[in-house]
Every structure is written in C-alpha cells, then in structure tokens.
Design a protein around this ligand. Structure first.
Ligand code: SAH
Ligand code: SF4
Ligand code: F3S
Length: 442
C-alpha cells in the first residue's frame, strides 16, 4: 500500500511554492498526497513567523497532532519553514513538542528527502537548521497544486532589514537564480498549459544584483516577453525604494505582463517610514505612483499596509488614510503591527496599545473595502477577460480574475479551468463581480 503525506502551509506565496517543492520530493519517493490527516504517514508543517498570529496558528496545529502521533507510532511529523530558523524555536520545540521527528530550516529544504531517509533509518529525531544557505538547488521538480497559476522563484532572501520584519533573519541575504534557469522554467510551464506565472522575490527589483553577469529585473522581463503563447505574468513584490522607470517600461512593453503592480507602502507617514527603514518618503512613493500611471495609464496598484507601528500617532495614521485615498488602491493587504523578537522595532519604546491598533485597522479596512465595492460597480455592463482558476462549490460557479486582479464568478456548463473567457459583468457581489460568459477562447 502506498504511503501518504499531508503538508500544512502557513505564510506567503514563497512558502506555498516551497511546499510544492516538498510535495515534489515526497512524490518522487512514492508518497501520495492525502486530505485526511488520519491517513497520513508523513505530516509536514511549513511554518511562517512574519506575525505572531501566523506563529500561533502553526504551534496550535502542531500541538493537535500529539494524540495522533501517540496512536500511530510510525507517523513522521516534520516542521520546516521560517519558524525553524529562529533561535528560540529549538528550545520551544524540544520542551513543547518533543514528538516532532524532523526539523529542517529554510536554507536546506532541498535536502528534505535525505532527512526523511535518515529519520526512517534511525529512532532519534533529525534536526538540521543551517546558519547560511545551501547553493540554489535546480533539480527539484515541484508538484504544483494551483493550476493554471504557477509560482516561480527568481530570488531568495532579503537584504532590506525593514525594522519590523523578521524575513531577512530567517531567509538570509538575497540570492538570485540564473536568468537561464528562470526562463527555462517559465517556458516549460507555458508549454504545459500554465496560464499565469508569478515571479517571486521579497524585492524583485533587485533581481540579479548579486550575479555578475549583468542580469537585471527589467532584462528578465524583456526576455520573458520573447516567450510565445498566451499567458499572464505577475510579480511579487516590488519594493518602492528601487522600482525604476526601466522596470515599469519593461512591464508596459511586455504583452504577457499584467498591468498591475503590487507596491507595498506600509505607511503614509514619512516619519514612520523612516523608523521602518523603508528608504523612501510619502512624497517619493506618490511620485512613483504618478510615474507608473504615466507609463501605464490603467495600471492597477495594490499594496501592503501596517498599522500600529511603534510611536504611530493618530496623525500618522491619518496620513496613511489620506495616502490610501490619494492613490486609490485596487487592493490592500492590511496588517496590525506585530513585534518580532530580534528586530529593531520590537525594542522601540511606545508600542501602540492593542485597542488603538484594532480601531485603526478596522477603520482602514472599511475605507479600502468601500473603495473596492465602488470600483467593482464600474465594471457592471462591461466585458472583461477572465482567466478561470477554479470552480467554487459553495457558489456553484466558476471563479477567475481579470488582469487587474478583480475576482469574478459565472456559471457555465462545462469545465473552464485554465481557459481565458470573456465575461459580461451583470452585477457585483460586494467586492467581486458576477456575470455571464460571452466567449470562450480556444
Ligand atoms: N518583501 C515584501 C513583504 C513580505 S512580508 C515587501 O517588502 O513588500 C508581507 C507583508 O507582511 C509586508 O509587506 C508587511 O506589510 C507585513 N509584515 C511584515 N512584518 C510584519 C510585522 N512584524 N507586523 C505586521 N506586519 C508585518
Ligand atoms: Fe521584510 Fe522589508 Fe524584506 Fe519585505 S523588504 S521581506 S518587508 S525586510
Ligand atoms: Fe513568507 Fe512568513 Fe517566511 S511571510 S518568507 S513564510 S516569515
């Protein structure tokens, strides 16, 4: 009988894709993916520690497996991802979750298969958390689970040390993949029918700076433009401190690139941005938005915002509100500041109280939601091109997005997943769109 695995993933797309790589390793070893934890022989927790709630979520779930592990002696429990790279983690783990069999850090996750073999041949737990990264491994074939979308790493790590952020500590310095490897992967994905490719990096604009072959993000986008076939290209994330006209022009000139840019602002107050070590001011950010809209007039802009950063006053927060209103974002991920051990901001005095943080996030979410609702209304009566991503069983409808990222639902009599369709929008469902298919592309 074949053995089964289940992977629980927390955190960002980077982690989602890393789980696909672990799934690829396990499947090459003959394991099959299962949905029911009771049937699993290997359980993997791919963790995140960017905010406290992500961490608690993972800890809670690892705790719940204790009973199962007691009843099923051969079950292997593995923990990987960003949490494992934190110094305090090792102690927490051995005292709270002694039944975990494998701990593997972010720098050697390509060795997951070898560590699993090691564990299977010995009783002792296997712990391997490195201080610096292994060379980039190009030989793992990920088992992708989000067709027709595919994630492609262009770089790993981060050099920016935003004062609130744990990522540079748990992911190390920037390492870019060779352009030829990225291009080969994108080409293969397109040949295999994938229709939306998202290039991943903590700061995609600095792609290639660590390579000595003249690679740059703008050049990479130009090279991807030469790939034939119809597909969408997206990026995650652009750092406002070094998005250049070159990059925006490369996006504008690339027929595959969605006219949509994720440009995390974090705060609308220059004082707070300084304390966050973001290396741009409110004014510089706004002039970048202007530059983008000059080059790509209908470009969607989305963002990430943190409220309640230490010392944030009501005035600072109102500057964020006014920036949100000025830019008119097409979408915003909003977060309550969460102190992360070891970061500069966690040592700052004047942490904002939980009540104030809660009040601010609620006000901000209301403003952005209202803006999304108003924006959706503008679509009614129009025809939009949608890439069909999934069938929503609860809504009994297919689901997909337009180039700008707006979600749409529609019924159809046959499977449309992975197809481009033209949908006439008849009404809105809050922030999303509802319509009928008027054309299916071959
Ligand atoms: N590299 C990306 C962001 C990766 S983390 C970038 O710089 O744009 C995703 C988001 O999590 C960040 O943009 C930020 O808004 C949020 N975040 C990071 N650390 C946080 C913290 N300590 N508390 C709350 N939100 C945080
Ligand atoms: Fe974190 Fe800043 Fe790096 Fe993004 S750029 S991962 S927010 S340190
Ligand atoms: Fe991503 Fe969380 Fe790590 S956001 S890089 S999984 S800390």
């Amino acid at each position: 009988m074949s053995k089964n695995y289940i992977i629980y993933t927390y955190g960002c797309q980077m982690n989602v894709h890393e789980s696909e790589k672990i799934a690829g390793i396990l499947s090459a070893k003959g394991y099959a993916c299962c949905d029911d934890v009771e049937n699993a022989d290997v359980i993997v927790y791919n963790t995140c520690c960017v905010r406290e709630n992500a961490e608690q979520h993972a800890f809670g779930n690892i705790g719940m497996i204790k009973k199962l592990k007691k009843a099923k002696k051969d079950l292997i429990v593995a923990v990987c991802g960003c949490m494992t790279q934190q110094k305090e983690f090792a102690e927490k783990l051995s005292s709270t979750f002694p039944y975990v069999d494998i701990v593997i850090g972010t720098f050697n996750v390509d060795k997951f298969g070898e560590l699993l073999d090691k564990k299977l041949s010995q009783k002792k737990k296997v712990v391997e958390v490195l201080d610096s990264p292994n060379p980039i491994c190009e030989s793992i074939i990920p088992l992708r689970s989000s067709f027709p979308n595919a994630w492609v790493n262009i770089m790993y790590g981060c050099n920016n040390f935003c004062s609130y952020c744990i990522v540079p500590y748990v992911r190390g310095r920037e390492r870019s993949r060779k352009a030829e490897d990225v291009l080969k992967e994108v080409k293969e994905l397109v040949e295999n029918g994938y229709k939306e490719i998202t290039l991943l990096g903590q700061n995609v604009n600095s792609y290639g700076k660590d390579l000595s072959d003249g690679s740059s993000f703008a050049h990479l986008i130009d090279e991807i433009a030469k790939i034939e076939g119809k597909f969408r290209l997206r990026f995650m994330s652009n750092h406002p401190k070094d998005i250049t006209e070159d990059v925006v022009r490369a996006i504008a000139n690339n027929q595959h690139a969605c006219k949509s840019i994720h440009l995390p602002v974090q705060s609308g107050s220059s004082r707070i941005l300084g304390l966050m070590n973001r290396k741009y001011t409110r004014e510089q950010y706004l002039s970048e938005v202007e530059m983008i809209r000059k080059i790509i007039p209908d470009c969607a802009i989305t963002t990430d915002i943190i409220v309640g950063f230490p010392t944030e006053t009501e005035e600072d927060f109102l500057e964020t509100v006014s920036l949100v209103e000025t830019v008119g974002y097409d979408g915003a991920f909003t977060f309550v500041y969460s102190p992360r051990e070891g970061t500069v901001a966690s040592k700052m005095d004047d942490q904002v109280s939980p009540d104030v943080k809660k009040d601010r996030i609620m006000r901000l979410v209301d403003i952005q939601n209202e803006r999304n609702r108003q924006d959706s209304l503008k679509y009614v009566g129009k025809q939009v091109e949608i890439l069909v991503e999934d069938y929503d069983k609860k809504k009994n409808a297919y689901m997909g997005r337009d180039e700008r990222g707006r979600m749409a639902y529609f019924e159809f009599s046959r499977n449309l997943v992975g197809r481009f369709v033209t949908v006439e929008i008849t009404k809105t469902g809050g922030m999303s769109l509802i319509g009928k298919v008027v054309k299916v592309e071959d």
